[in-house]
Design a protein around this ligand. Structure first.
Ligand code: G6Q
Length: 546
């Protein structure tokens, strides 16, 4: 990738800055009043998803300038380079090919002169064969009992996607098997998850790209002991453990039969891996056919992102709107509120996807950026959030753009409750945009002394994303929508959205302190005074010499 001008020096950036000065105080009330067709015009669709972006603080000119910025930053060229398998993750010299994971069998994607699609499908086929056996009960535990409980042990990218997808798609899952997730190194988590499980009916999936991550390997050892304590034979390991990893040697060393290992590749980043073999627990839950539907949903958006014109391209436009608020309005956070209980973990999933990808302070050339990059992502399902933090979004002093997500069809047979859910979704977007004026309040009989407190200024921007129903396919499309939205932001900012050096740093920091906590004698502590004191306090609390 060739060095490009600093973002803030580009012509379109300067034009956007000038444009921002002109429209920063314009109210959505006036924008809608001036253009009664706005709510129908500023809607685009693709891959079964609809994006209504009309309730954003933008005009046609904003979009024109953002698209100009996109062209000036060569976003589409970088997109094409990603799909071609070029090593766009330059700091790790890796291709970025999560899109190959969901490509159809007949596709061709070359990495280092080799078509990777046959390998991708070979792993999918092996996963499907294994899942079928577990689901029909022909894969049995060591004592001959069928598997009734699956525990995924993994953290970060090897956990958030599987847990999110399981919760989202539980309606489609095999109810004869219970699914659990252990991520934290806190032993309380493992103990709580396993306390009611029968070891003879439990299958552990050790999910770790590197198979070296402290939390995962520690929990895996605890699981190994839990099985051996109960079943008293090393041979039980092969029946109760499978691995998902890129590190065959470490899997073998752990004692897992490498025939029961499902591989992936260094061109799949952890937070982009829920549709690789890391999705094994998802496939076990919903079956191979539904899993293919999930992958097809991802692929639908890949194709949309790759081929739709920029002005009609959902992830591209969402990414550009994020840049608009983040860099011109100076907003710091984005709320993501799915109006669907099963998507409870979707905001947490997106938090990693976006914050780990775009939380970067240098550009692709290693120069410190002079503009803001990744936003803080947070959220909870609607309507829950309405009864807690929405107050601050409606009437606080911070501007928080929000993505509101909903599905037209109910997942349960209770259509009435679904009507209520959707009414809340539409009402929140309306209230955030248009608020409530003092005049309106007075006309409604608000006592004068209360009116200033009840005024809602409005002009709070939202994206509305609607799909027909929550299915494996629409979930895949939603995840891919955000993957490419994140990509677009990163391309505009010219940062490497696919490395995570901060996470790598975190992985080594604790290693120095572990022996200082556990040593029998009094360790010589050479940290700062605060860290030294904390270590001593902890040792004292546990009755260890200080
Ligand atoms: C994701 C990150 C990180 C990673 C975990 C688990 O992009 O790199 O969240 O997924 O640290 O790593 P392993 O899968 O190697 O255990």
């Amino acid at each position: 990738m060739t060095a490009i001008d600093s973002l803030t020096q580009t012509a379109s950036w300067k034009a956007l800055q000038a444009h921002y000065e002109q429209i920063k105080d314009v109210h959505l009330r006036s924008l809608f009043a001036q253009d009664p067709a706005r709510g129908e015009r500023m809607v685009i669709e693709g891959a079964g998803l609809m994006l209504d972006y009309s309730k954003n603080r933008i005009t046609d000119e904003t979009i024109r300038l953002l698209l100009q910025l996109c062209a000036e930053r060569d976003v589409l060229a970088r997109r094409d380079a990603m799909f071609r398998g070029e090593k766009i993750n330059t700091t790790e010299k890796r291709a970025v090919l999560h899109t190959a994971l969901r490509a159809p069998r007949h596709a061709t994607v070359m990495v280092d002169g080799q078509n990777v699609i046959p390998e991708v499908h070979a792993v999918l086929d092996a996963m499907a064969a294994f899942c079928d056996k577990v689901r029909v009960g022909s894969w049995t535990g060591y004592t001959g009992k069928p598997i009734r409980h699956v525990v995924n042990i993994g953290i970060g990218g090897s956990y958030l996607g599987p847990e999110m997808a399981y919760r989202a798609l539980r309606t489609y899952s095999d109810r004869n098997i219970s699914f659990h997730f252990v991520a934290n190194v806190d032993g309380a988590e493992f103990a709580e998850v396993t306390r009611a499980l029968d070891p003879g009916e439990t299958l552990f999936i050790i999910s770790s790209k590197t198979f070296t991550t402290l939390e995962t390997m520690t929990n895996a050892e605890t699981a190994r002991k839990w099985i051996l304590d109960a079943l008293q034979d090393e041979a039980a390991i092969a029946r109760h453990f499978v691995a998902v990893s890129t590190n065959t040697e470490a899997v073998r060393k752990f004692g897992i039969d490498t025939d029961n290992m499902f591989g992936f590749w260094d061109w799949v980043g952890g937070r982009y891996s829920m549709d690789s073999a890391i999705g094994l627990s998802t496939m076990l839950a919903i079956g191979a056919q539904n899993y293919r539907e999930l992958l097809d949903g991802f692929h639908d958006i890949d194709e949309h992102f790759r081929t739709a014109p920029p002005e009609k391209n959902l992830p591209l436009l969402m990414g550009l709107l994020t840049v608009w608020y983040n860099n011109f309005f100076g907003t710091q956070t984005i709320g993501v509120m799915p109006y669907a209980g099963p998507l409870a973990r979707f905001p947490a999933y997106l938090q990693q996807l976006q914050m780990e990808s775009n939380g970067k302070h240098v550009d692709m050339q290693g120069r410190h950026v002079d503009y803001q990059t990744g936003a803080v992502i947070w959220g909870e399902p609607g309507t829950d959030g309405q009864h807690s933090f929405y107050q601050l979004i409606h009437q606080g002093t911070k501007l928080i753009p929000c993505d509101l997500l909903g599905f037209c069809q109910p997942l349960s047979s209770n259509t009435h409750q679904h009507d209520l859910l959707m009414a809340n979704l539409f009402a929140q977007a309306e209230a955030l945009a248009f608020g409530k004026t003092a005049e309106e309040l007075t006309a409604e009989g608000s006592p004068d002394f209360q009116t200033p407190f009840r005024v809602a200024e409005g002009n709070r921007p939202t994206n509305m994303i609607l799909a027909d129903s929550l299915t494996p396919r629409s979930l895949g499309a939603l995840v891919a929508l955000y993957e490419h939205n994140v990509f677009t932001q990163g391309a505009v900012w010219d940062i490497d959205s696919f490395d995570q050096w901060g996470v790598e740093l975190g992985k080594v920091l604790a290693v120095r302190i572990i022996p200082e906590l556990t040593a029998d004698g009094t360790p010589a502590l050479k940290h700062d005074s605060s860290t030294n004191a904390l270590i001593r306090r902890y040792r004292k609390a546990l009755g260890r010499p200080v």
